[in-house]
Write a protein that binds this ligand. Structure first.
Ligand SMILES: Cc1ncc(COP(=O)(O)O)c(C=O)c1O
Length: 433
């Protein structure tokens, strides 16, 4: 047996007690907050941390945050990349302050919008852009556009993908290869088999067969899976996906929300793949909710008619506060002071050093485990590298993951909670960004 489970459970109990002893103020606050907040938190995922209760944070700066018990953590989670550039950066804070004093929501464009559109086009290689509040929204809007443009009803996603809380993407394959609702998904609108086709990442034959039905509007995927641990594309896979989607006249939507960790223009740009639509959220706002989606000039020209129609405000694409001036100021400040080539030149070798160190510990212990690096992000696996989401999900070790995260947090290392993501069948191992 690789892991002594009864020892692991004993150790977990002592780490659990240690966590409670170290966080009396967080505990009190969770109890008080629980009177009026569901689970004592403003958003469900905040319940899913490795300790007995969530930490209340006092302030965050750079790669650190301090909790209400005065403990100073190294933040390897960074808001699950929402704050990948670091917390409370001066250029972003200054831009937010200045814009807040000049007005936030007017339903009108401003000069920051023009700057952001041009910068996104320069970085990601698609010429025309729109804003959204979140990557979830951006994906939802793109799926609507794709169905409108193609007249086809379905979308195709990868097994165990994550693209935000987008109904069509909450679908996985069961043991018979049928599309079913993702475990944990609450109250699906319709059976996801009606809206969605699912294939395994890295399986080109399955993709070709699925698209041959002729009912898929778009393939929505990450260039590398990042939400069930990092699963890398095999050599030639993405090029072949591009060829197959073109052959079936299906739009390719790349969600680079996480894979921007590869470089300033995302993974697809670095790897020479051109999508029809590209979605980018989270990191680009420097912590503020903001997202964007880009498209080819040809698609943009085909969207001209609906854009200027009387009914555009009931098109299902929009959101009254989308594209607000505060979000645009945040994106402009983030893209002009962070996430640049020179920033990746620092961050990526740091992730490399982390990956090398962890790989050495694993090798020294003689374990069949693995470290995967993707640009400035890296994480460990309790198994050899998986080739698709199903393999990755099957290899999840909730117990070991939960213990490792709890052990780390008790020693002021804050990593994305494996137990929290594993509950949704997602990330295993820990991340270092
Ligand atoms: C690849 C990907 N797309 C979209 C999203 C959704 O982002 P948000 O929750 O900000 O809408 C996520 C969130 O983790 C993501 O990983």
């Amino acid at each position: 047996m690789l892991v002594d489970r009864s020892r692991l459970r004993r150790l977990h109990v002592s780490e659990h007690d240690r966590f409670i002893d170290q966080h009396p103020n967080s505990r009190r606050r969770v109890d008080t907050a629980g009177r009026h907040l569901l689970g004592g938190v403003p958003m469900p995922w905040m319940t899913r941390w490795a300790g007995a209760f969530p930490l209340f944070f006092d302030r965050a700066e750079g790669a650190h945050f301090i909790d209400v018990d005065g403990r100073d953590y190294i933040d390897f989670c960074l808001g699950d990349t929402g704050a990948m550039v670091g917390h409370a950066l001066m250029p972003i804070a200054d831009a937010l302050h200045a814009q807040a004093l000049r007005g936030i929501t007017t339903m009108l464009p401003n000069d920051d919008a023009t700057w952001v559109g041009a910068e996104l086009a320069r970085r990601f290689g698609l010429p025309i852009w729109q804003m959204a509040m979140t990557a979830t929204d951006a994906n939802r809007f793109v799926l609507r556009f794709a169905r409108h443009l193609t007249g086809r009803p379905k979308v195709l996603v990868m097994d165990w993908c994550y693209h935000g809380t987008v109904d069509e993407t909450f679908a996985v394959l069961d043991e018979h290869g049928d599309v079913v609702a993702r475990p944990g998904s609450l109250g699906p609108q319709v059976d996801p088999a009606v809206t969605t086709r699912v294939v395994q990442f890295n399986d080109l034959d399955a993709l070709d067969r699925a698209l041959a039905h002729g009912d898929v509007a778009c393939v929505l995927m990450e260039p590398a899976l990042t939400n069930i641990g990092i699963v890398m594309p095999q050599p030639g896979y993405l090029e072949a996906v591009r060829e197959i989607t073109r052959r079936h006249d299906v739009l390719l939507v790349l969600d680079e929300t996480h894979t921007i960790c590869v470089g300033s223009g995302g993974a697809a740009h670095a790897w020479g793949i051109v999508a029809d639509f590209l979605v980018i959220g989270k990191t680009i706002g420097g912590g503020m909710p903001a997202a964007a989606y880009g498209m080819t000039a040809e698609i943009a020209s085909r969207l001209h008619t609906p854009l200027f129609s009387e009914a555009i405000d009931t098109s299902g694409v929009g959101g009254m506060l989308t594209g607000n001036a505060l979000a645009l100021a945040a994106v402009r400040a983030t893209l002009s002071s962070c996430l640049r080539d020179e920033d990746f030149a620092v961050a990526t070798p740091l992730a490399g050093a982390w990956a090398e160190g962890v790989a050495k510990v694993i090798a020294d212990a003689g374990l069949p485990w693995h470290v995967q690096q993707l640009g400035c992000r890296a994480e460990y696996w309790f198994c050899p590298p998986p080739v698709n989401g199903a393999q990755a999900a099957a290899a999840t070790d909730h117990e070991l993951d939960a213990f490792m995260h709890l052990w780390a947090v008790n020693r002021i290392l804050f990593v994305s909670s494996g137990s929290f993501r594993a509950e949704f069948g997602a990330r295993r191992g820990s991340s270092c960004r």
